[in-house]
Design a protein around this ligand. Sequence first.
Ligand code: NAI
Length: 334
Amino acid sequence: MHTVTLIPGDGIGPEVTAAACEVIAAAGVAINWERVTAGAAAIDEFGTPLPQPVLASIAKNKVALKGPLTTPVAGGFPSVNVSLRKKLDLYCNLRPVQSLAGIKTRYENIDLVIIRENTEGLYGGAEFPVGPDGAVASRSITRAASRRIAEFAFEYAVQRGRKKITAVHKANILKKTDGLFLACCREVARAYPDIAYGEMIVDNLCLQLVQDPHQFDVLVLPNLYGDIVSDLCSGFVGGLGLVPGANIGRECSIFEAVHGSAPDLAGKNQANPTALILSAALMLEQLGEKEAAGRIRQAVERVLKEGTRLTPDLGGRATTAQYTEALCKALQKT
Ligand code: NAI
């Protein structure tokens, strides 16, 4: 029996996390879920979006499955997602973007891995008003954080048999900050002569991705570019409802979808839970439940391929609950 922290989250979070828990149970993995509240949902109860029991639970269990958390735009409380990543030092945001059987898009056979630095860059929250009509945000890039994300990317490539890493930057303009990030990637690359290494300016990367995503394998990026490029790449495989992710640190990991709390769908039983279910499969792999993780992926592909129980984002009319039920039934056949 594994004990895992569960953060249902805001918006569609409670619906998609409930679906993931059902699917894990149907795959036969026993998990003792330690449920904690964070985000907008925690403010009424605790007066803060990140109550101490959330951090304590993750620090104890080392693994969490998390629904999306809302961050108010321009004002309100700071991002709980950023705080969790920084406080627990979850320095790597890993996002595998892969085509799924049954999902037709303009792109076929996509198999990209996004490795995003998760603790610094523009996400430090260092913003200041300058007089009544100006504002400045400061961006921090360090050698330590840049080297360890580059090392993660190369080690990941070695372990997973990936062939090529592209470091993404804007060092033509941000000469000191992205310049340092790039210098660290180059240094680390020298220790891995068997992995091809390339570099690309982020605006050209966006063009190249849209024109021919197959030229890339693993992308390693500073925080903001990784965030933006993740949503772009999710479009290759059918959208945000399908792409999983993991926030990985030396001590703890939080598994969550790339998507946010989708307020437009909250409470409507229409969200696609696949992204969180595939994030849960990544979590099961880390917990040593590789066979169950594989069966969950097979069940997802089987239901998507059958195409009769698709959620509205994929052109279907099934509810979150109906799609989840179909997955649980498919798991009985795998
Ligand atoms: P979003 O990812 O929530 O939604 C963007 C679009 O994708 C919307 O049209 C939404 O309906 C659709 N979508 C997202 N997930 C879906 C799913 N599972 N099934 C079907 N359609 C789905 O991004 P948005 O609107 O920019 O952000 C909303 C809130 O989420 C904000 O407060 C933001 O800060 C937060 N957020 C939280 C994240 C996290 O907790 N890791 C990540 C990204 C955003």
